[in-house]
Design a protein around this ligand. Structure first.
Ligand SMILES: Nc1ncnc2c1ncn2[C@@H]1O[C@H](COP(=O)(O)OP(=O)(O)OP(=O)(O)O)[C@@H](O)[C@H]1O
Ligand SMILES: [Mg+2]
Length: 331
């Protein structure tokens, strides 16, 4: 397998703070490789290093066979980048944005028109070509950015949170484009903090937290490292009751790892949920505690993250409603 992205001990320090800390990985040609991690994990900084926008403080990297340190111009010619922040001129039309982008990237003028037409068709925005971008929805802006990133026919595409904040339908459409690009032989490196996105799209995933890669592999391999997950909500909201209950579960050998979530709910991993569940109810009644809700589900990448960090991927950024929705989807 041909390596098209190689990161070796990449480190980026901002005023003594390590935003990216000895990050090492390889991406092979034709893969969709995902960088999954919570806010502030170091995803965008890693993309900035690999796309030569920033110089690493330490470490080395190669993209399309060229060194990010000594051959940044050559690297840039091989890659397309979708930045996390919208980089369009909203006063200009869709067509004009692509035209200027193409010129900046050195697409020959005589080919540029045809390529813009193709790319607008690819992201299904032909009818919007002559409208100002400020009239575009968030999803349409994202699609136009994808078109822009592809104009100079890059071999490798970097997508920083390609579907951040988009509705599920638009998100799926963007996933379709990404699969389509993979079929055409383009290697995709994407960052996301949506575990569902990483699960659906990526052949391999690196989980990044606080600047460090804490797990890496195929999605099914990673999930195989955690058992089934049981989720319990006690009637009592008292932290002491929760603690007591968790102690009982641990000492009764019912679960390897037990976590108390911010919501006061308890989650634990086990290899055989259907056998363990009734015993959990017995433990609760021994302690005179009432279980309001109990559910279990097959492992997700969220569980992998929880097991490795003791935190949930999304705790830092979502309010109650989103967590409830997440809980429903997992059942
Ligand atoms: N130019 C900078 N100067 C100082 N600190 C920075 C700079 N860029 C990023 N950081 C810090 O580095 C850490 C990693 O930031 P980064 O943007 O790479 O995270 P991220 O994983 O992309 O997060 P998000 O999901 O919010 O996009 C954060 O703590 C951030 O505040
Ligand atoms: Mg980011």
């Amino acid at each position: 397998m041909e390596e098209v992205i190689v990161a070796e001990g990449l480190t980026k320090t901002f005023n003594g703070f390590k935003a990216v800390d000895k990050v090492t990985f390889k991406v092979y040609r034709g893969e969709i490789f995902g960088f999954l991690g919570p806010n502030g994990a170091g995803k965008t900084t890693t993309i900035n290093l690999l796309t030569t926008l920033m110089k690493p403080s330490e470490g080395r990297g190669w993209v399309a066979g060229f060194s990010i340190l000594s051959e940044p111009e050559k690297v840039r010619r091989k890659i397309g980048v979708l930045f996390q922040d919208i980089t369009l001129d909203t006063e200009l039309t869709g067509w004009e944005n692509l035209w200027f982008h193409g010129l900046i990237y050195g697409v020959p003028r005589k080919e540029l028109k045809q390529r813009i037409r193709e790319m607008l068709a690819f992201v299904e925005l032909e009818e919007w070509a002559d409208r100002q971008v400020k009239k575009f929805s968030g999803g349409m802006r994202r699609r136009l950015q994808i078109a822009a990133a592809l104009l100079h026919r890059p071999e490798i595409l970097f997508l920083d949170e390609p579907t951040l904040g988009l509705d599920p339908q638009t998100r799926r459409r963007i996933w379709d484009y990404i699969f389509q690009l993979q079929k055409e032989g383009i290697t995709v490196f994407l960052t996301t903090h949506y575990m569902e996105e990483a699960e659906r799209l990526c052949s391999r995933v690196a989980v990044i937290d606080r600047g460090k890669i804490i797990a890496m592999g195929r999605v099914d391999e990673l999930k195989g490292t955690v058992g089934e997950n049981i989720h319990i909500r006690l009637a009592s909201k008292s932290p002491e009751d929760a603690e007591k209950f968790m102690e009982a579960l641990k000492s009764g050998g019912l679960a390897g790892e037990v976590y108390l979530l911010q919501t006061g709910e308890i989650t634990l991993s086990t290899r055989n949920a259907s056998e363990v569940l009734p015993k959990i109810f017995e433990e609760a009644s021994k302690l005179n505690l009432k279980i309001l809700e109990a559910s279990y589900h097959a492992p997700t990448l969220e569980d992998v993250f929880l097991r490795l960090t003791g935190r949930r991927l999304r705790d830092s950024e979502v309010g109650g409603i989103e967590s409830i929705r997440l809980a429903h989807r997992r059942r």
